[in-house]
Design a protein around this ligand. Structure first.
Ligand code: 5GP
Length: 368
């Protein structure tokens, strides 16, 4: 048994140090980046924020909104090949191409058959392969198999949290490695298994390893506010995948429900009686993809040998997603001016972090 003594940090453990810079305004920074890859000969022009391939965030509706801002979306696994093809055909007519979209795959034969059908149409070139435990030999074998069959596609594969495994995946055919085990907002892996690694340290190590062999990383999970996305990009993430921050919107999946909440305010009914005011509030369901709820909904039940590693939450309905996306982009732009980074790609080299033990003053709540 070994113990690593180095302190492992999360986004909440650090803050960025501002720097004197020649950038006078947020309009002087460029948040779009030209991404070129190790294996895939195509390039992508985007800001590397990806909507997670969860059933509630990897939706066609969110995909449309992400693309409007030159952001990306990993469509979830539960669309059929026909549904995907129909959407991709329409999307290509509307936006010119499907370069900002990924289709998703597990590592089963059925997954392979489905993604082969969709990839062979030539409508899409980006594939996200993900399994909860990216250390399983199934993942690397599957990456090899897909790379051999589709040499020109963009492959993102995960999830892992260590540099060695990032290198292995890239050398075996992945362009981007998805990193993060247990940081997700509806993930219970750490509680159930004790396995995981704080996400900020994960990103630093994995980005360094991936870049060393010509690959890239996508930091997946654990961002709660735009500032966390900035920290992730500064830690070296080429892409940042978001679930919870995009959930609960009009375009998100999940059931919308209305609840009647008793407030602390009194209503006078007549001069003798009064009652607490009841407020109507809307909520949307958001759930982890390996929660018992997701297993029931998408696979018709949970297998006996599997345990739930995700939870279900009801989050206050947040309306259209556009303001949320603009807030994230605004946060990135502002961060870039604070640290003097003109290009998105420059963020890590311009970043200096403080290790902190408190980053927010929450006296009036924790809202943005
Ligand atoms: P968030 O942005 O909500 O913090 O994290 C999103 C990420 O959490 C997803 O992209 C995915 O990697 C991970 N995730 C989603 N559902 C589950 C789940 O049920 N269990 C675990 N362990 N991770 C999940």
């Amino acid at each position: 048994m070994r113990i690593y003594d180095d302190i492992q940090l999360d986004y909440c453990d650090v803050l960025l140090r501002p720097k004197r810079s020649r950038l006078a305004s947020r309009s002087e920074v460029e948040v779009l980046r030209e991404y070129t890859f190790k294996w895939c000969p195509r390039s992508i022009h985007a800001t590397g924020i990806i909507a997670a391939n969860m059933a509630t965030t990897g939706t066609f509706e969110i995909a449309r909104e992400m693309q409007k801002q030159q952001l990306l979306c990993a469509l979830h696994k539960h669309y059929t090949a026909q549904e995907l093809i129909r959407f991709l055909e329409n999307n290509q007519k509307q936006t010119g191409n499907n370069d900002l979209l990924f289709i998703s795959s597990g590592v089963s034969d059925a997954d392979y058959e489905k993604i082969s059908t969709v990839l062979k149409t030539g409508l899409i070139y980006n594939l996200c392969i993900d399994v909860a435990n990216g250390y399983s030999p199934y993942l690397i074998n599957y990456v090899r198999k897909v790379r051999a069959a589709f040499p020109d596609i963009l492959i993102m594969a995960g999830n892992v949290v260590t540099g060695d495994m990032c290198e292995d995946l890239i050398l075996n055919g992945a362009d981007i490695v998805k990193v993060g085990i247990g940081p997700g907002s509806v993930c219970t892996t750490r509680k159930l298994t004790g396995v995981g690694r704080p996400q900020f340290s994960t990103v630093i190590e994995c980005a360094d390893a991936a870049h060393g062999v010509g690959g890239m990383v996508c930091a997946d999970g654990g961002c709660t506010v735009p500032g966390d996305v900035c920290k992730s990009l500064c830690a070296g993430a080429d892409f940042v995948m978001l679930g919870g921050m995009l959930a609960g919107h009009e375009e998100s999946g999940g059931e919308l429900c209305t609840k009647h909440i008793q407030t602390g305010e009194l209503n006078l009914l007549d001069d003798k009686t009064c009652a607490f005011k009841i407020e109507e509030k809307q909520y949307k369901t958001f759930y982890g993809m390996s929660s018992a709820f997701a297993q029931e909904k998408h696979y018709g039940g949970m297998k006996k040998y599997r345990a739930s590693e995700g939870k279900v939450v009801e989050i206050p309905y947040r309306g259209p997603i556009e303001p949320t996306l603009l807030a994230i982009l605004g946060g990135i732009r502002s961060c870039m001016t604070y640290i003097g980074a003109k290009r998105l790609k420059d963020m890590p080299k311009c970043a200096t972090f403080y290790r902190v033990n408190r980053q927010l003053n929450t006296i009036f709540g924790n809202e943005l």
